[in-house]
Ligand binder design. Sequence first.
Ligand code: HEM
Ligand code: HEM
Length: 464
Amino acid sequence: MQLLKVEENGTAKLYFLSSALWFVLGALEGITAATGLVIPDLFGGIAGLVFSRVRPMHTTTMIFGFAGTALLGGAHYIVPSVLRTSLWSERLGKVSLWVWNLSILTGLVALDLGHSQGREYAEWIWPANVGILLAFALMFVNMLQTAANRQEKIMYVSTWYIFAALVYTWLIYFFGHAVFNMKGAITGLPDAILAWFYGHGIVGLFLTPLAIAIAYYIVPRVARSPIYSHVLSLVGFWTILVIYTHIGAHHILQAPIPVWLKTMAVSGSIAMVIPVFTVLVNLWLTMRDRLGLFHADIGGRFVTAGLVWYILTATQGTIQALPVVQRVTHLNNWVIAHSHIGVFGFSGMIALGGLYYMLPRITGKPLYSGRLADVQYWLLVLGMAGFFMVLTAGGLVQGHAWLNGTTVYRTLPMIHIYFIVRAAVGLLIIGAAFIGAYNVIRTIRGEQAQDERIFGEVFQGDPQ
Ligand code: HEM
Ligand code: HEM
């Protein structure tokens, strides 16, 4: 069957294609939500377009559909590559991809029809959740069998992160969605605690390790140099697993949860400096004196930008986990800025870096258009910087107004202009999403634009 056709790296290719298409949908949902905040009555009569439905569709499309799918595509390429073998079963890989895509679609359609579990990032209905768990289980079996058949005895650092992400995500997804309970949530504060262990886990133990795995794969290849330090790789890996797993309560510091839980969350958030900066220092020292190579390689360029956003996201994360800071920043657009630079600036940019680095190596041909990839890169860099500035500024206005006791109906007009600018900046990202999808489709079809900048042609003789 065509949908399950077996070809070398065909699974990774389809994951990348799916991600590019989800990105377009997610961006359209984002602009719909943003427009709804500027002109609340605009879609008044159409239930499927109201903010409360479109917002969770946007967040889950971006997290799972766009960033998650491209990162998983990268994982399916990296594991066989570094273990010097083929994916154990391309057919199983494609089955997992279709189960994954169908589950996302089911969750999104149900949300648009008004069926939501009402917990952030865990809004999808039960059948979609079962599908996602099944997809992860199939991926895990495939990767494990691939590792069992490996020619290369040493498991490179990227594979540790990929396996850890698959195992951890399955567990946090299962418990976080309370999948054992078809109705979804459990009750009261325990549910809030559970939901936020899941919510932060999904960015910290799903997106983050997969993005780091791709960075660890691409950086030494583009730099043409081995990783600076194996010891730093080990420290970064084990500390993220030990620390990130139990800091979810920093999302609900303002709620009446046990104090020991808050203390653990805040101290763990400060300790996050260790895994974040060991990984960053290790990669920077590998890149040292070779930035020109990263600028010249479009995949390397996206990864570099992602690592820069990672510094900002993580530093900001630690600061905003301090209760005194959260009194101003919590529950306003400051956090929305953090979400965008984390989920998009960091993990989304690295996911795209993986896509642009790996796709030409999968198809055996250069990208359809290096120039379009370049344009997409700059639109996204500008779009993300714009988002970060306008949302942070708007959030500070909101936070201080509320702290001073200003009522919501007086605060909203103050931030209206920020909403308008955010929607305008969103157009850059929509443009980038369409350009990306066009470029990916034509690259997969093996086409070549009349374009003087060709990226992805230096794939013969890559260091392994
Ligand atoms: C077309 C560009 C985009 C627009 C216009 C947009 C707009 C929005 C809006 C209006 C919200 C809801 C904010 C609120 O509740 O006040 C939101 C939330 C969110 N968006 Fe986007 N977005 C865009 C791109 C992206 C991208 C590229 C990603 C990630 C890959 C992303 C991830 C998220 C996440 C994770 C949230 C939840 C934030 C939170 O609750 O803290 N968005 N976005
Ligand atoms: C590594 C260190 C990090 C720390 C210490 C940290 C800390 C925090 C804190 C304290 C909040 C809650 C803010 C509030 O509600 O007032 C938060 C929210 C959030 N973080 Fe991070 N963060 C980190 C990294 C990341 C990364 C790498 C990502 C994305 C891949 C990310 C994505 C998010 C998202 C999406 C939210 C919004 C959740 C919501 O909807 O309320 N964070 N982070």
